[in-house]
Design a protein around this ligand. Structure first.
Ligand SMILES: *Cc1c(COP(=O)(O)O)cnc(C)c1O
Length: 232
């Protein structure tokens, strides 16, 4: 199999998993967006995924994503592509990140929100990253800080609050994490009705996430294969 055949086969499998999970949750698959996490893979793979119909890609490191997004723009100038930042953002990289990211899915502090707002040249969509277990290592604001951070983002003219993202903690049942997030988002929507995005679920747990209301799954390994380089 050449690379495009391999990616096509992987994509078909991932779509089938999403469809099945939606069927068991009695949800419309159109309500679950597929975000391809292309970190550590070359722009040539992103170009092939474009040819296969994907248009939303995610990266977790500014240094890698900036050049990759420019390479893709050269390789597929007509593709209508959107890039998402899903990794932690150092505040001094805010300007660089808004140069390539259409949405920053990993906002977890007021200081980062302010840095992004200062760097933004047009309204910037963001998600708030929530830490379900409060462990700061993976990034994310704990549940008890969510309402305050959401209010801060909503007050910031340059930012548009679109929803939340989480990474399920290792060693617990992901379904529990996603259920807790779903509850928190239900409360959040009382004050922020437009915060409709729940970005939850990766290669290993997308079914659990879809069962608990995820509207956006972030899939790397199941689409592109295993990453040779450890990605911090
Ligand atoms: C790498 C990454 C993913 C994709 O993980 P896979 O298990 O390879 O599907 C999703 N979300 C974030 C934040 C990531 O860093």
């Amino acid at each position: 199999m050449n690379r495009v055949e391999e990616l096509a086969a992987n994509l078909a499998e991932v779509r089938e998993r999403i469809d099945k999970a939606c069927a068991s949750a009695e949800r419309d698959p159109a309500g679950v967006e597929l975000l391809a996490v292309t970190k550590t893979f070359p722009a040539s793979d992103v170009a092939l995924l474009c040819d296969l119909g994907l248009s939303r890609f995610a990266e977790n490191r500014d240094q890698e994503a900036g050049p990759k997004s420019r390479e893709l723009a050269e390789a597929r100038p007509d593709a209508d592509v959107r890039w998402h930042m899903v990794g932690s953002v150092q505040r001094n990289k805010a300007r660089s990140v808004v140069g390539w990211a259409h949405r920053v899915d990993s906002v977890d502090s007021t200081r980062l929100a302010d840095a992004l707002a200062r760097a933004a040249t047009a309204p910037l969509e963001v998600l708030i990253q929530v830490s379900v277990d409060g462990d700061p290592k993976r990034g994310g604001v704990p549940f008890d800080g969510l309402a305050e951070l959401a209010a801060h983002v909503a007050r910031t003219d340059e930012l548009v609050l679109r929803g939340v993202m989480t990474v399920a903690p290792l060693g617990t049942h992901p379904g529990q994490a996603f259920a807790a997030l779903e509850q928190a988002v239900t409360r959040l929507r009382d004050d922020h009705p437009d915060a409709t995005v729940i970005s939850a679920g990766m290669s290993g747990d997308l079914e659990d996430a879809i069962a608990h209301g995820s509207t956006c799954v972030r899939v790397g390994t199941a689409l592109l294969g295993s990453r040779r380089l450890a990605s911090p």
